[in-house]
Design a protein around this ligand. Structure first.
Ligand code: ATP
Length: 272
């Protein structure tokens, strides 16, 4: 990466993952993974299937414990907290697959999201109204069972439920899961608004180009290691680099002037 592209947040990062190793029994899923999110940033975590993206998110959320390394929020370690305590500190995750209460109404799902939350003086109704302002369709559907919503509406409810906990950092695993591209674009637009209202966003996404177009910076994981990091705009401008790490088949890979695709030399700089 160019010095500009590799620039790190200047102040103490809001969320910092520092050299974590994670094992599932004998299998090492993460090797020395480090990430840093500045307050108000939107950051993408990319990588092929099995690269370790979900494991990284689950470690931040306290669902998985790291054997080595640390996760810090605002400079304080949150590595030993339970998942509920991590939410109370201000980190909310929309898990892959949403995990809504399908038999409960929209309103009841939002109430479940409010149960564990970062302290604020807002009542349930005040927080709900604030969140509903971002999702007018959910306001219309507030009495409807979650299981009867469309896929896009369910994903909106998942994001809305996570926002009910008043997070400083919103983590989203696979926003696009099973949804049509125009619905995904709409959801990214909502995340942009959430971010503009002050929430830091970390997102894992299969639609690499959409993720890069909607974030400030990105990290790429391969086989449990961060192999590339940089500004999303720079990565977006280098399709050969993206293809070499993510092998995205639905986007054209531009050859360089001599007809060869460029080697990912910048990626090695991450480990130096
Ligand atoms: P995907 O996009 O397919 O979800 P990912 O990048 O999120 O992939 P992870 O789900 O974090 O990757 O998996 C990282 C590695 O850890 C993989 O090799 C996976 O097989 C392994 N793994 C994940 N969960 C478990 C588990 N519960 N037990 C054993 N191994 C696991």
């Amino acid at each position: 990466m160019t010095p500009r592209a590799r620039k790190k947040p200047e102040r103490t990062p809001l969320l910092e993952v520092s050299a974590i190793d994670v094992f599932y029994g004998p299998i090492q899923a993460l090797r020395g993974v480090s990430l840093a999110l500045g307050e108000g940033e939107r950051v993408a975590l990319l990588g092929a299937n099995g690269a370790g993206k979900t494991t990284t998110l689950r470690t931040i959320s306290g669902l998985v414990k790291a054997a080595e390394g640390e996760v810090r929020l605002g400079g304080e370690s949150i590595s030993r907290l339970t998942p509920a305590q991590v939410v109370e500190q201000g980190v909310a995750q929309l898990p892959e697959g949403r995990e809504l209460f399908m038999g409960l109404s929209v309103e009841e799902n939002l109430r479940a999201g409010f149960w564990t939350r970062r302290h604020s003086d807002l009542s349930f109704k005040q927080q709900r109204d604030r969140v509903m302002d971002l999702f007018p369709i959910l306001r219309e559907r507030s009495g409807q069972q979650a299981g009867t919503l469309s896929g896009g509406e369910q994903q909106m409810l998942g994001v809305a439920r996570a926002l009910m906990s008043n997070p400083r950092v919103l983590i989203v695993d696979e926003l696009s899961m099973g949804l049509a591209p125009q619905i995904v674009a709409q959801l990214f637009e909502i995340l942009r608004e959430v971010n503009e209202l002050g929430t830091t966003v970390l997102i894992v996404e299969q639609f690499v180009h959409m993720a890069l177009a909607n974030t400030d910076r990105a990290y790429v994981l391969a086989k449990g290691e961060v192999v590339l990091e940089g500004s999303s705009a720079d990565l977006l401008a280098d399709p050969a680099l993206i293809a070499s790490y993510l092998g995205e088949a639905d986007q054209p890979v531009e050859a360089s002037a001599n007809g060869k695709t460029r080697k990912p030399a910048r990626a090695r700089a991450r480990k130096a």
